[in-house]
Design a protein around this ligand. Structure first.
Ligand code: NOJ
Length: 545
């Protein structure tokens, strides 16, 4: 078995992956919803950016209760996105642009409209019944107090069979029962079918929740999780040169080492969220806002970089379809939007791991502030209803929604300053962010000083300089309240990244030897005064070895 974690030649180790949220990316047929042909029409743009693979959020058949994360047929495409032949075409066309397609596997739950569930709820004797997680009960007396992630109890009553089913997300997303070997085999067959179509890999939705044990109130990291993952990998991923990334909200570095273990038995990397959860009140919900503890952010990144070095593999991300836009979150989306978006990109892309760029991040797209009626996301709508019932003030709820709603990431991609930002010729499924005249792809592709070009340069660096891929990590100035600085080191080179994380001009730290450095990149273009760091100024240097 190859030692995947110390073999830095693996394609996905120097890869940069771009996430597409299909309904918001590009609409080819004017129905207001992005689709597969829309993605095909933008492959030149993505090749220009330099990315190696696309992670495609779900496009399988779905009633869209949770925008496709509720799948009713894993081997068919939802007509709103196109057809199986469109996916096949996407895989082939993307290959011509040197881009692989990574599919999103939602294996913790299906839609309640999936054939399996339709059968499962017919009777306890039905062969599909045990594909889901059921508990006997008395109507009105829930098996326990567990709550679903989108609000309400995690149990739903089915009167026909006098049982509750378990759902960690919406009522339309019943949890699959991984204890059942027949279900597991169906899943492996489905994955192998997708592999045979030539996909480049898989992103595994909430994969650390599949081994749940609701009687013990266990959701993440259940006792059988790693056993299930090893079997899954052996029966599917290990048969081809695929990349796999698991979404694991409950991951610690110790667990991540197991998932991305050098023996190649589970996954290649996980999305962990320790850095992402810092700006919320500890122990509360993400909606309970707290300022970002900057020193803690540095400590978290540093720990992950060091712990996984040669023992696992990090994924690097600020954004995805569930998170607010990073420039609005920890940057400054007004006066210093361009500078802070580039600083955040440089800070992240200098680290070890596989970087992910979420659509529009490369343009510095921002959060929105819509009326509650305009929000489409089930989580946002449920939160609003729940908190109104609990007596929260409307303004306070809206403040949380502006800061954290998933729809911040889901507004349509801003392609141009034309009608509907060039996203659709029809009426978009969600309102376009009104700042599209200023922030759009067309303008940025033409402007060599744009955020887009900064990302493109960072992608190039990863291909050109092995130290970006294999260098060891050292955090500098750990206690500095403004500066995020670190080095990366290998036998041939030493990279230094220095970022002013805030909007005030500060002194360049004396501890760092300016006279032995060669500038690689500065987000302001050039350095006006080597001794000062302007607001959000970021620099990448090579230190003379
Ligand atoms: C995580 C996905 O990223 C999110 O969008 C979805 O709602 C949940 N998993 C449930 O599938």
């Amino acid at each position: 078995m190859t030692d995947k974690n110390t073999d830095n030649k693996k394609w996905w180790k120097s890869a940069v992956i771009y996430q597409i949220y299909p309904r918001s990316f590009a609409d080819s047929n004017g129905d207001g919803i992005g689709d597969l042909q829309g993605i095909i029409s933008k492959l030149d743009y993505l090749e220009n950016l330099g990315i190696d693979a696309i992670w495609l959020s779900p496009v399988c058949k779905s009633p869209q209760d949770d925008n496709g994360y509720d799948i009713s047929d894993y081997q068919d495409i939802d007509p709103m996105f196109g057809s199986i032949s469109d996916v096949e075409m996407l895989i082939q066309e993307a290959e011509k642009h040197h881009i692989r397609i990574i599919m999103d596997l939602v294996l913790n739950h299906s839609s309640d409209e999936h054939f399996w569930f339709q059968e499962a709820k017919k009777s306890k004797e039905n062969p599909y019944h045990d594909y889901y997680v059921w508990r006997d009960g008395v109507e009105g007396e829930l098996p326990n107090k567990m709550r679903a992630a989108f609000g309400g109890p995690a149990w739903e009553w089915v009167p026909e069979i006098q049982q509750y089913y378990f759902h960690q997300f919406s009522v339309k997303q019943p949890d699959l029962n991984w204890e059942n070997p027949k279900l597991r085999q169906e899943i492996y067959d489905m994955i192998n079918w997708w592999t045979s179509k030539g996909v480049g890999g898989f992103r595994l939705d909430v994969i650390d929740q599949i081994a749940k044990e609701p009687d013990k109130e266990i959701t993440n990291n259940g006792p059988r999780l790693h056993e299930f993952l090893r079997e899954l990998s052996k029966e599917t991923f290990q048969k081809a040169d695929l990349v796999t990334v698991g979404e694991a909200w409950g991951a610690t570095p110790e667990l991540a080492k197991l998932y991305s273990n050098p023996d190649n038995s589970e996954l290649f990397m996980v999305f962990q969220f320790e850095h992402i959860c810092l700006d919320q009140i500890a122990g509360k919900e993400k909606w309970d806002l707290a300022p970002l503890p900057f020193l803690k952010l540095k400590e978290v990144f540093s720990r992950w970089q060091k712990e996984l070095y040669n023992q696992g593999w990090n994924s690097l991300f600020w954004n995805n379809h569930d998170l607010p836009r990073i420039v609005s979150r920890w940057g400054n989306d007004k006066e210093y939007r361009v500078e802070s978006a580039k600083m955040l990109a440089m800070l992240l892309h200098g680290m070890q791991g596989t970087p992910y760029i979420y659509q529009g991040e490369e343009l510095g797209m921002t959060n929105v502030q819509y009326t509650i009626e305009e929000y489409q996301d089930i989580e946002t709508q449920n939160l609003y209803r729940e908190r109104i019932e609990k007596g929260y003030a409307k303004e306070e709820i809206m403040r949380s929604i502006y800061a954290k709603s998933r729809d911040n990431a889901r507004t349509p991609m801003q392609w141009s300053d034309g009608e509907q930002a060039g996203f659709t010729t029809g009426k978009p499924w969600m309102r376009i962010n009104p700042n599209y005249k200023e922030i759009n792809a067309q303008a940025q592709v033409e402007d060599k000083n744009s955020i887009f070009h900064c990302y493109k340069t960072l992608v190039e660096f990863r291909k050109k300089y092995p130290v970006f891929v294999d260098g060891s990590f050292e955090m500098l100035l750990e206690k500095d309240e403004n500066i995020f600085a670190y080095t990366r080191d290998n036998a041939d080179a030493q990279l230094l990244v220095v970022c002013n994380f805030y909007g005030k001009t500060i002194a360049f730290p004396n501890e760092i030897q300016k006279d032995v450095m060669e500038l690689l990149l500065c987000n302001y273009g050039d350095i006006s005064n080597p001794s000062k760091l302007r607001p959000y100024e970021a620099r990448m240097y090579f230190l003379k070895k």
